[in-house]
Design a protein around this ligand. Sequence first.
Ligand SMILES: [Zn+2]
Length: 354
Amino acid sequence: MTSAGRKRPRSDSATDACSELSDEPEPHTDNTEPAEQPLTRDDEFWIEDGNIVLGVEDIAFRVHKSTLSRNSGVFCDMLAVPQPKDAETCEGVPIVHLSDRADDVREVLRALYECHTYLGTGRLPFLKAAALIRLGHKYHMERIRDAALDRLKTCFPAQLLQWEAIIENSGSNEMEFDADPTYGIVVVNLARLTDTPSLLPIGLYLCCLLDMDDLVDGCHYEDGSFDQLDSEDLKRCVAGKSHLMYLRGLSIYRVFRNSVSSNCFNKQTCSATLETLLPKARKAYAAINGTAVLEPASNGAIMTLSAADVLISLMIHVNGTPGRICIHCHEMLEQRDRGRRNVVWKELPKLMQL
Ligand SMILES: [Zn+2]
């Protein structure tokens, strides 16, 4: 995990970070290096009676020491140390520079100053929850970290049926989560950071849905920072992708094999239909596996699926092809499909070498 934040060098003499931003002790030097950008007051957190400024990227947050200290063990220790007379200031207020993302710090401040409305109700967007967990962990703000982590856990259930509901509803009642595979990387890193193994099977599974370039490149943010998997989790995903692709092929055969229901109304017709479904499903699989490059992208549903995604119903792959098949055979296909996906779901921890 990397942050785009930067640490500014300490000055040898008193400096005001908001009015004279150069940390060079001799302003008349011939040094032609450009001065650093002045800090800009944050629109939301520049509290006039605040007694500490947090300098984050090029943003200045003016807040209260007491609020930070009461909620954060790290700030409590940091701010308890007496500041030297020549300590850097911002508009006359002592400043502490943080190497985080300004957007993330703003989320934490919202959680601190507006805790009842911010963490009390409503669905928290995933990336905001991720920021609260990351910074809550870093600055020992357990209340904020745990509240956000509890919400995150609601989107990583133990049962496949619950996971399907998460997909369908783009999250739980507590958190917005659209299961973007790139977020799998963020989830895995949060699981590692907070020692929350329950997030790993689905987190790594989502990572496996990424193509190899995106998997290696990681999740990039607008400010240029990014999350990447560590080498061990990357290896898990490379092996996991291979296992999942194999299982997908196996599932296609197991679901669409030509064997009609024992209650079938019309064995001859249903058998003929099933005979056509298996090659169609295989063809669809070949198309999304990237090998059938000459195939037209005629089926939008197919093209949105990854070859590794074995938890989404295989029935999607025979869009508009139920043909003449009796209700019992149709139910049989659905049961096979669900059964296979449950098998994969239960094997996820093993597949991901957890
Ligand atoms: Zn039938």
